[in-house]
Design a protein around this ligand. Structure first.
Ligand code: NAP
Length: 337
C-alpha cells in the first residue's frame, strides 16, 4: 500500500516534491496539504485526486489518512511542525534547515529522543547525488590514504536583487557544503573562518560576494569553500578531496561534450534544480521506502543540529573576521548509526 503523505508548505519545493511523489516515484501518494496561503493550498489540492486541504498544520498531522509528513514550509515554522509530527508518532521529512537556530534543532532532537524512535529525516539532498556518493565510496573503498584537504566551489548565476543577504550565503548556500563535508569525512567540523575577497560588480547592493569559508575538521583536515552567488555563467558545484596518495573529484555533469573548430565545450547546469534533480528523486524515494519498511534512514536530527551549530560559528566568523571554534556537544548514542 502507498505511504500516504501530508505536505505542509506548498510553495516552490513543496510543489516540486508533490510532483515527484505523484509522477516520478513509486510507493507514495499525497493525501493532504496545508499552507498559510489557503488559496495556494486549495489550488494544489485541486490537482491531486482525493487529496484535501487542512486549515492548520496540526490538523494535517492528526489526519488518519496521513501516514507521514513532509515539511516544506519556511524555516521558522519547522520546529513546531516537526515536533507535532514526532508527538503524533509519524515519520517526518523536513526540508533544510531543520530549524533556523541550533537551540530549536536541539528541542527537535530532545522530542525525538524522548520517543526512543527515529522519525526525522532532514533534506540534505547532496548525500543522494550520484557524484557525491561515488566520492564517498572512493574514500571508503579505494585506499587513497587519509584525506587532508577539500576544495569546494558553490556558484550560482545570480540571486534576487532584494532580500538576499550576505548571511544567507552561509546559511542557505554553504550549509550544503557543511553537511556534505561532515558526511564525506565522517567527522565533525571544529572551527570556521571566513575571508572576504574583492567584491564582484555583479552582486546586488550590499552583498559581499564572493566569500571563502574555511572549515577545519576534528582530524585536522582543511576545507576551502568558494561561495559565489553572482557568478553569471551557470550553476556550478565543484568538489575535490586531496588525500595522502591521490585525489577524488566530482566529474563535470554535462551529458555530452562537444569538440569543434579547435574548441571543446560542455553544458553547465542552469540552477540547483537542474543540477540536483536526480538527487531529490533518490532522496524522497529512499524516504518513502524507509517509511514503508517502518525504518528511518538518511540525515538525522543530529545532522540538522550539527549543521546549525557550524552555521552559527561561520556566521560569527563572518561578522567578527575571526576564526571561530565550533562548540558541539557529544553526539547522543541514539544517533550513532
Ligand atoms: P516558498 O516557495 O516560500 O514556499 C514555502 C511555503 O510555505 C509558502 O507557500 C509559504 O506561504 C508556506 N508557509 C510559510 N509558513 C508556513 C506555515 N507556518 N505553515 C504552513 N505553510 C507555511 O519556499 P521554498 O523555496 O519552497 O522553501 C521551503 C523550504 O524548503 C525552506 O526551508 C527552504 O530552505 C527549503 N529548500 C530546500 C532546498 C534544498 O536544496 N534542499 C531547496 C529549496 C528550498 P507564504 O508564501 O504565504 O509565506
Amino acid at each position: 500500500m502507498d505511504v500516504r503523505v501530508g505536505v505542509i508548505g506548498v510553495g516552490m519545493i513543496g510543489q516540486d516534491h508533490i510532483r515527484r511523489i505523484t509522477q516520478v516515484l513509486t510507493g507514495g501518494s499525497v493525501t493532504a496539504v496545508n499552507d498559510v496561503d489557503a488559496a495556494r493550498a486549495g489550488q494544489v489540492a485541486a490537482g491531486l485526486p482525493g487529496a484535501h486541504t487542512h486549515d492548520t498544520a496540526a490538523a494535517l498531522i492528526a489526519d488518519d489518512e496521513v501516514d507521514a509528513v513532509l515539511v516544506a514550509s519556511w524555516g521558522p515554522a519547522h520546529e513546531e511542525q516537526v515536533v507535532a509530527a514526532i508527538a503524533a508518532g509519524k515519520p517526518v521529512f523536513c526540508e533544510k534547515p531543520l530549524a533556523p537556530s541550533s537551540a530549536a534543532c536541539q528541542r527537535i532532537m530532545d522530542a525525538e529522543l524522548a520517543t526512543g524512535r527515529r522519525l526525522v529525516q532532514v533534506g540534505f539532498m547532496r548525500r543522494y547525488d550520484a557524484g557525491y556518493r561515488a566520492m564517498k565510496a572512493t574514500l571508503d573503498d579505494v585506499g587513497l590514504g587519509a584525506p587532508l584537504l577539500m576544495h569546494c566551489a558553490h556558484r550560482n548565476p545570480s540571486v534576487p536583487d532584494y532580500g538576499f543577504t550576505t548571511d544567507m550565503i552561509i546559511s542557505d548556500s554553504a550549509v550544503h557544503e557543511i553537511d556534505i563535508v561532515r558526511w564525506l569525512f565522517g567527522e565533525e567540523i571544529v572551527a570556521a573562518s571566513v575571508l572576504t575577497p574583492r567584491r564582484t560588480s555583479h552582486a546586488p547592493d550590499g552583498l559581499q560576494d564572493p566569500l571563502i569559508l574555511l572549515l577545519e575538521t576534528a582530524s585536522g583536515a582543511l576545507v576551502d569553500d568558494e561561495l559565489f552567488v553572482s557568478a553569471r555563467y551557470g550553476y556550478d558545484v565543484r568538489g575535490e578531496i586531496v588525500c595522502e596518495t591521490g585525489t577524488v573529484a566530482l566529474a563535470d555533469v554535462s551529458e555530452v561534450t562537444v569538440r569543434t573548430a579547435n574548441r571543446y565545450s560542455g553544458r553547465v547546469p542552469v540552477d540547483w534544480r537542474d543540477r540536483f534533480i536526480r538527487a531529490y528523486d533518490t532522496e524522497l524515494q529512499e524516504w518513502l521506502d524507509a517509511v514503508a519498511a517502518g525504518t528511518c534512514t538518511g540525515p538525522t536530527s543530529w545532522d540538522g543540529f550539527a549543521a546549525a551549530v557550524v552555521t552559527d560559528a561561520a556566521l560569527e566568523a563572518l561578522h567578527t573576521g575571526q576564526r571561530t571554534a565550533v562548540s558541539l556537544p557529544e553526539r547522543p548514542e541514539f544517533y550513532a548509526k
